[in-house]
Design a binder for this molecule. Structure first.
Ligand SMILES: Nc1nc2c(c(=O)[nH]1)N[C@H]1C(S)=C(S)[C@@H](COP(=O)(O)OP(=O)(O)OC[C@H]3O[C@@H](n4cnc5c(=O)[nH]c(N)nc54)[C@H](O)[C@@H]3O)O[C@H]1N2
Ligand SMILES: Nc1nc2c(c(=O)[nH]1)N[C@H]1C(S)=C(S)[C@@H](COP(=O)(O)OP(=O)(O)OC[C@H]3O[C@@H](n4cnc5c(=O)[nH]c(N)nc54)[C@H](O)[C@@H]3O)O[C@H]1N2
Ligand code: SF4
Ligand SMILES: [Mo]
Length: 705
């Protein structure tokens, strides 16, 4: 907006929060004399309602951070030595082009030794996979399977409903019962939380289903602290009660669900006693929840990705997604389920125009899973794997901190023979191990357009200020690389505006309107599945999915049930959900936010603490066969017995011993979607620092942060 105004006048532009958060807020950015002076939530955008979370209201602190990387830098010492030499853009582009061309020139298919590595540092369609994807497709580089966050649940939803679709977030206001399942919205979806609070004020009952007594659980009427990875069992147990009490919508099941009889048979094997035993709950809790769910209308489920980061995560999501089909909750405004709304954008976004998969060579390059990057960087050339990875280009991601089993990830990136380029704002744990670091612009400095996975508005992000220093948008970096490598297809000359214009199909989102107003709402029906009409082949929800069968409870890889010997040595299950004031590993270096989070912590239940002689505030070592991680113990009933909680995701170098929780997590994958199993992780805890005199072990802190 208002690009033509003189830079000296104060002006406000429409922007969008770029982060991996379901709320996708519309922002208003005020600029005076070329500098951002204010960032606010847009009061006119319904889901944003004028509010941003604490971290993003400090986005300017991040953009103007004194440690921003503002010019290209070449390693000037051994890998990881921290010695860097400033170079110019031409030299940087020449070097990358030469190194990548050298690898690609060994013959057909050798470009597969090059791997792009990116995730959701920005969710923008322009600065995400547009010019970058075109570049790597044209090069013939390996393809990246982007499985980090949502793939188990995403593929499970697609198998059940035909797509990643669900309730309108604002309709939760009409619910009389809301199950907040595997989700801590006070931390990770504050705008959904406001809607849930409005429902609560209007008389709705809120139930948290979460191993941790989260800040959100504190404010719910009930909290079921089930064991991690037992959600599928709980869903089956609820179905058992719905069946035996006949709290079923037979008409909905008959007309809109495929394979109900098979599911019925399975659920009848899950009486409350068995369910309670597997989930670590009481029978009464299971019965009461089933009764509430079976007899309250409208009943809504806000599921979040927290519950699918375990081996059985895919099956668990399929089961939970079928619950509203049993009761016919979909019929009501305020009834149904929401895990993701991104599927509503499936036909609105023109992915082929953005990413140009047609530029790929034939046969298509191999696929490398981002979740196993540690072991894959350490693999040799082999028939099953293909060529050893010789170069990685990282953008919008910080794998050394966020990928599982980080010892192997760090060892992989530390390989002297690996050529690593990192496009970044800061010297992250990953950038530390690069050969070349290239300065990227932040959301205030570039153009983008956004979809959402929590609501159904498309948003625009106009640049508020000129790029700082020599920073360039990701698109421009790949544009220059493509030119330097002689890729002469016209798409490599597209401007950011041309890319943004092509991102949405005009019949779904008119770019000029989007650009002018800041956002455009997709046309999604009210009560979308009141009469079935799921985006499956026949419009019915699916129980018996091709290749997957009927969903079942799939226990954790690491549990007493599946690995009793491991559980003897490592009896505590560790989960590592998001910290409220960080966004994955982003913002950890913003001092004011880090001050709120304190330091890397592990929450331990008083019983488990006492058994190990752990006192509140002591430094402990959390360990298993994969590694060890030092942090401070918080003895607290936020953790349930048998489960410890390490809030993520700290930068390794800001931790006590240069590690974070991912030192302990494994590269085992989920049942569906090839996704990581961050919360399927057994550990043990021991004291490394004696308690201060007079401090009793196992003492509860009244109100931990
Ligand atoms: N402040 C903040 N917001 C974020 C993020 C962040 O890092 N910080 N991350 C963003 C990202 S990448 C994503 S994917 C989204 C969603 O990310 P999610 O991880 O879904 O986020 P939350 O809703 O905070 O937390 C999930 C909850 O699941 C619980 N949980 C863990 N294991 C289980 C289990 O086995 N079963 C059940 N029922 N619950 C379990 C955790 O204790 C936690 O309270 O949030 C986004 N929002
Ligand atoms: N233990 C544990 N590990 C987890 C999780 C967990 O719950 N527990 N959650 C997992 C989940 S759900 C996710 S989504 C992943 C998150 O993994 P990532 O998507 O890698 O998230 P971030 O750690 O926030 O790293 C994003 C990086 O991108 C950079 N960036 C932002 N914008 C731009 C840009 O425009 N250009 C460039 N070049 N760079 C940019 C940021 O500076 C930041 O360093 O982590 C996963 N890891
Ligand atoms: S992180 Fe989420 S809540 Fe915070 S501003 Fe961004 S979209 Fe809004
Ligand atoms: Mo995520």
């Amino acid at each position: 907006m208002a690009f033509s105004e003189p830079v000296t006048a104060s002006r406000t532009v429409h922007a969008a929060c770029p982060h991996d958060c379901p709320d996708t807020c519309a922002m208003r950015v005020t600029v005076a004399e070329g500098r951002v002076v204010r960032i606010e939530g847009d009061p006119d955008h319904p889901p944003t309602h004028g509010a941003l979370c604490t971290k993003v209201s400090r986005y300017a602190d991040r953009t103007y951070h004194p440690e921003r990387v503002l010019h290209p830098m070449r390693r000037d010492g051994p890998k990881g030595s921290g010695r860097w030499r400033r170079i110019g853009w031409d030299e940087a582009i020449d070097e990358v082009a030469q190194r990548l061309s050298g690898i690609a020139a060994h013959g057909p298919g050798t470009a597969q030794a090059i791997l792009p590595y990116s995730y959701a540092g920005t969710m923008g369609l322009v600065q995400g996979e547009s010019m970058a994807a075109r570049f790597f497709h044209r090069l013939g580089a390996s393809r990246l399977d982007r499985t980090f966050c949502a793939n188990a649940g995403g593929e499970a939803l697609a198998a059940t409903y035909g797509g990643k679709v669900g309730m309108h977030v604002e309709d939760f206001a009409h619910a009389r019962l809301i199950l907040i399942w595997g989700s801590n919205p006070i931390a990770s979806s504050v705008h959904f939380w406001s809607v849930a609070q409005a429902a609560k004020r209007a008389g709705a009952r809120l139930v948290a289903i979460d191993p941790r007594r989260t800040e959100s659980a504190d404010k719910c009427h009930d909290h079921l602290a089930l064991l991690p990875g037992t959600d599928g069992a709980l869903a089956l147990g609820l179905m058992h009660e719905l069946i035996v009490h006949d709290w079923l919508d037979h008409d909905y099941l008959a007309r809109h669900v495929n394979g109900w009889e098979l599911l019925r048979e399975r659920a009848l094997q899950w009486p409350p006693a068995r369910t309670a035993q597997v989930c670590g709950l009481s029978e009464q809790q299971v019965r009461a929840l089933a009764q509430a769910y079976g007899t309250t209308r409208p009943a809504a489920i806000r599921l979040n990705y927290g519950m699918q980061r375990v081996h059985g995560g895919g099956n668990a999501v399929r089961l939970v997604a079928l619950l509203p089909c049993l009761t016919g909750a979909w019929r009501d405004r305020g009834g149904g389920m929401l895990l993701s709304s991104s599927g509503w954008f499936a036909s609105a976004v023109d992915a082929a125009a953005l990413e140009r998969p047609d530029l790929m060579p034939s046969p298509r390059p191999r696929i490398v899973n981002m979740s196993t990057i540690g072991q894959d960087l350490l693999r040799e050339t082999s028939p099953g794997f293909g060529p050893r990875i010789e170069a990685v280009v990282v953008y919008n991601s910080n794998p050394v901190a966020v990928a599982p089993q980080s010892a192997s990830v760090a060892a992989g990136f530390a390989r002297e023979d690996l050529y690593t380029v990192v496009l970044e704002h800061f010297m992250t744990d990953t950038a530390d191990l690069a050969d070349l670091v290239l300065p990227a612009t932040t959301q205030l400095e570039h153009l983008d357009v956004h979809r959402s996975y929590g609501h159904t508005w498309a948003l625009v992000n106009h640049p508020a200020i000129a790029p700082l220093g020599e920073a360039l948008p990701n698109t421009e970096i790949f544009r220059r690389l493509a030119r330097r490598m002689g890729f002469d297809e016209p798409c490599f000359a597209d401007s950011d505006e041309q890319i943004a214009r092509a991102a949405f199909r005009p019949e779904a989102v008119d770019f000029d309107e989007l650009s002018r107003t800041g956002w455009v709402r997709l046309r999604v029906p009210e009560r979308p599945f009141a009469e079935g009409g799921f985006p499956t082949a026949d419009g019915r929800a699916v129980v018996d999915a091709p290749g997957l069968g009927v969903p079942d409870h799939v226990p954790n890889h690491e549990s007493v049930q599946s690995s009793p010997q491991l559980a003897e040595r490592y009896p505590l299950a560790m989960i590592s959900p998001p910290a409220r004031n960080f966004l994955n590993s982003t913002f950890v270096n913003v001092r004011s936010l880090r001050a709120i989070e304190g330091e890397p912590l592990v929450e331990v239940h008083p019983d488990d603490a006492r058994a190990r002689g752990v006192a509140d505030g002591q430094v402990v070592e959390v360990y298993n066969d994969r590694g060890r991680h030092r942090c401070r113990a918080v003895v607290s009933t936020r953790a349930r017995p048998g489960v410890v909680v390490g809030l993520g995701i700290w930068w390794r170098k800001l931790g006590l011993d240069g590690t974070n929780v991912n030192e302990l997590t494994s590269q085992a994958l989920t049942d569906i979607g090839r996704a990581p199993t961050f919360y399927d992780c057994l550990v043990q805890v021991r004291v490394v620092e004696p308690a201060a005199a007079g401090v009793e072990t196992g003492t509860v802190v009244a109100n931990p942060a």
